[in-house]
Design a protein around this ligand. Structure first.
Ligand SMILES: Nc1ncnc2c1ncn2[C@@H]1O[C@H](COP(=O)(O)OP(=O)(O)OP(=O)(O)O)[C@@H](O)[C@H]1O
Ligand SMILES: Nc1nc2c(ncn2[C@@H]2O[C@H](COP(=O)(O)O)[C@@H](O)[C@H]2O)c(=O)[nH]1
Length: 185
């Protein structure tokens, strides 16, 4: 049975960075569509499908959320394509998205909570170039939706306050892909 591992957790906990590393082990990511503007290091089709509001509305989206004034959603085509073609894939979603995915894919979805403390969240967001206003909004939203607490209901919890590589290796072990020669070079 093909599986999707949903990476959940606070802003800047490292969900996207972990996904990028997992791609190198042959584990693809299910990309969302968003109307948010790309950050300096982000490209269309790499991190997200960056689209206009009009384009977003025309796409068949199976779950959507408005987060800090931007729309995010998973297209039906993208989810089905990845789930049908790959034994394991990952997706980074917030709480509502995970709940919708569970309704659609049932036991094919498992969640991994990426754990991080407030101080590290703030310093990583500042390093990433996020404004103070955006940081405050993101943290408020994360608090109001339980983004710091949903480790309690996640299937797995992985800390990402030390080296990224350690977190990635723990996730490889969870998904059953940890072998000494597993990295595709
Ligand atoms: N283990 C780590 N050590 C140091 N820096 C890290 C680590 N993991 C991620 N980062 C850095 O933290 C920042 C946030 O990471 P990333 O964008 O992957 O988080 P995210 O959970 O996807 O965030 P968001 O949900 O806000 O999009 C990035 O600048 C990334 O390089
Ligand atoms: N419910 C969904 N949540 C999503 C989706 N794509 C991303 N996200 C989550 O939104 C926030 C903000 O992301 P950012 O890249 O702008 O910092 C974060 O928690 C993501 O995991 C989606 O398709 N559905």
């Amino acid at each position: 049975m093909n599986k999707v591992y949903a990476l959940i957790g606070p802003p800047a906990s490292g969900k996207t960075s972990i996904q990028k590393e997992l791609v190198q082990y042959g584990i693809p990511e299910i990309l969302s569509h968003t109307t948010r503007k790309p950050r300096p290091d982000e490209q269309h089709g790499g991190h997200y499908y960056f689209v206009s509001k009009e384009e977003f509305q025309k796409t068949e989206i199976i779950e959507r959320v408005e987060y800090s004034g931007n729309l995010y959603g998973l297209s039906k085509a993208e989810v089905l394509n990845k789930v049908n073609q790959h034994p394991i894939s990952t997706v980074a979603v917030e709480t509502q998205g995970l709940n919708q995915l569970k309704k659609l894919l049932a036991h094919r979805v498992e969640s991994i909570f990426i754990m991080i403390d407030y101080d590290t969240v703030i310093s990583r967001m500042l390093d990433r170039g996020d404004s103070h206003e955006l940081i405050n909004r993101r943290i408020e939203y994360a608090n109001s939706t339980g983004e710091f607490n949903n480790w309690q209901t996640a299937n797995y919890v992985v800390k990402n306050t030390g080296s990224l590589e350690v977190a990635v290796r723990q996730i490889l072990a969870i998904v059953g892909k940890l072998t000494p020669l597993s990295k595709i070079v």
